[in-house]
Ligand binder design. Structure first.
Ligand code: SAJ
Length: 408
């Protein structure tokens, strides 16, 4: 089988190498020239456990190559970004998905399978993508087979989850779903669930919305507990001892390219009904400001020096998309504070080493729970600080004799 994967990002690359490791000849397609060059040299362009070796091995044995143009293939997997539009509802922007579909039109032949993995608003495949192929003369479900198979892997565990997770395969027709399922059977060990394209779209958006709402409730709890002077993390620890309660962890907000975006895709389709969904988004979006208010309580008005730890949207990744940590840092600077930043996962000439960032600082502010920060020598940290205090928005730093630790 020949496979063409459109989009060499966080999903496209691991998907491509996984198929390449399983006897499929894979061409990755990517417009960014530097990414094409680096991948073809066997060099990883994303941070993800195991990905470097997998790229190197599949490029060296010739099963994975990358190009800036599509090729003729038996199956196409589209894994390009779906940002939100700059409109009132932040609806789903299908620009990149549509242009990927259009760019493969000259190569698609009778019998080709086209699978879109990018997250999309419900009804996008049936109403927006199928017509692209129909208008080019292909009968979808007879000549070509179009399906939406949302990616549901967890950054940090992508290579494992691509194989072991259940896979939802939503066809425009039943035959489309069956044909797309055949493609995934080559690599997936989890259950393959056949359904319609719009159920697949809605279930994917809803999974992330469900998690976003669950994070919103603990973030709201953090605000309530702050007002009432109650220890939030202890409340959650004890509440979670109930057999049917499993509260998540509050943080500086919700980021990444999934939870912070997908709920809007549903909201934009039914704004009058999607009240809770929108409220959860608003609560999570308000967290960076709440963090800044807490910082002001700790150090007083500017000027003061803040050492900010972590800029990524979550721990142990290099991804800063929609990162609330970035927003906190920008807001603190707007408030007049000097913010020194440390993040071992992100290369930036401005970023400092772990203890260097804390020199003369009035507060160490934990925004991401990277492993490096969990292993920090707190005595050494306190030793270089001006005021020995730490505010941990992620709840991982334990009380210690060297500095005062504050949580939500
Ligand atoms: N977060 C909290 N508190 C928590 C858990 C997460 O504040 O208790 C924050 C994180 O710090 C981060 C954001 O939420 O800013 C999202 O992180 P995440 O770890 O919840 O999820 P993602 O975005 O890395 O991956 C999610 C996953 N979806 C679900 O768990 C329902 C993953 O399975 C999906 O494949 C992925 O979205 C996706 O691509 O849609």
């Amino acid at each position: 089988m020949k496979l063409c994967v459109m989009g060499m990002g966080y999903i496209g690359i691991p998907t491509a190498v996984l198929f390449a490791q399983n006897g499929v000849k894979v061409t990755g397609v990517e417009p960014r020239e530097s990414v094409v060059t680096r991948l073809n040299a066997g060099i990883a362009t994303i941070e993800e456990p195991g990905i470097s070796d997998a790229i190197k091995q599949t490029v060296e044995n010739g099963s994975f190559t990358v190009s800036d143009t599509p090729v003729e293939a038996d199956a196409y997997i589209i894994a390009v970004p779906t940002p939100f539009c700059d409109d009132e509802y932040q609806s789903c922007d299908l620009r990149f998905v549509k242009s990927a579909c259009e760019s493969i039109l000259p190569y698609v032949k009778k019998g080709s399978v086209v699978i879109v993995e990018s997250t999309m608003a419900p009804t996008s495949t049936d109403l927006q993508l199928a017509p692209i192929f129909e208008n080019a003369g292909f009968a979808v479900g007879e000549d070509i087979f179009l399906a939406h198979c949302p990616e549901r892997v967890f950054p940090g565990k992508i290579l494992y989850e691509l194989v072991h997770n259940n896979r939802v395969v939503g066809g425009v027709t039943e035959k489309c779903a069956e044909k797309a399922a055949e493609v995934y059977r080559k690599v997936v060990k989890g259950e393959i669930i056949l359904t319609t394209a719009k159920i697949a779209e809605m279930s994917k958006c809803m999974e992330n919305t469900y998690r976003d709402i669950n994070i919103a409730i603990v973030n709201e709890l953090a605000k309530i507990c702050h007002t009432l002077d109650i220890d939030t993390l202890e409340v959650i620890r004890i509440a979670n001892m109930h057999p049917r309660v499993n509260m998540l962890t509050p943080g500086p907000g919700v980021g990444g390219h999934c939870l912070a975006i997908d709920p809007y895709f549903i909201y934009a389709k039914a704004p009058k009904q999607a009240k809770l969904i929108k409220l959860a988004r608003d609560i999570n979006n308000s967290m960076p400001e709440f963090v800044c208010d807490r910082v002001k309580e700790c150090v007083g008005m500017a000027p003061a020096i803040i050492a900010a730890y972590g800029v990524t949207f979550k721990a142990n990744v290099d991804d800063v998309r929609e990162s609330p940590a970035m927003e906190v840092i920008a807001l603190l600077r707007e408030m007049g504070y000097t913010v020194k930043v440390c993040d071992p996962h992100v290369k930036d000439p401005e970023y400092l080493g772990m203890y260097e960032a804390a020199e003369d600082a009035d507060l160490a502010l934990m925004l991401v729970d990277h492993n490096e920060f969990k292993e920090m020598d707190l005595e050494k940290l306190a030793g270089v600080m001006h005021r020995k205090q730490l505010f941990d928005t992620r709840g991982f730093v334990k009380k210690n004799p060297f500095l005062k630790v504050m949580h939500y």
